[in-house]
Design a protein around this ligand. Structure first.
Ligand SMILES: [Zn+2]
Length: 147
């Protein structure tokens, strides 16, 4: 009588793909009736599982989900970012128009070197912040794709 039978996992591996089993396990399966009976039970179980119908809904799932989703946004929500960008641009244009003489005086009072020393860091900061915001946006969108 054999005392050390194969584990359930080893028997399942034997049933699913005997070529992946070790020689010791294959030899054991040849001589052990107990493990062969368990392998037969697993074969029937796996055949029963494979023979079952695929799970399917008996209703239109897509239609139910679409029903729950919010309705189409209105024009304001759809183009909110563009409305905001347009508003900011409008504020700058109007502000620049009313402050045009002061801005010219400011520009003429600054030497080109000082003007560049102000302009370059401001542009570098804007590029950095824009890049950082874009990276954060991509990270969030990537996280959303997992759901
Ligand atoms: Zn055995």
């Amino acid at each position: 009588m054999i005392d050390n039978h194969l584990t359930d996992i080893e028997i399942q591996e034997y049933v699913l793909d005997a070529s992946q089993c070790t020689k010791v396990n294959l030899d054991h399966m040849q001589v052990c009736g107990h493990c062969r009976v368990k392998a037969t039970q697993y074969k029937r179980l796996f055949a029963g599982i494979e023979g079952q119908e695929q799970a399917a809904f008996d209703f239109d799932l897509a239609a139910l989900v679409m029903e729950k989703l919010p309705a189409n946004k209105n024009l304001w929500d759809t183009y909110f970012e563009w409305w905001l960008a347009g508003f900011v641009l409008l504020v700058f244009v109007i502000g620049g128009y009313f402050l045009r003489t002061d801005l010219k005086a400011l520009r003429s009072s600054l030497t080109p070197l000082i003007f560049l020393l102000i302009l370059i860091p401001v542009l570098a900061l804007l590029v950095f912040l824009g890049f950082d915001m874009y990276k954060a946006y991509q990270k969030k969108m990537k996280a959303l794709n997992f759901y």
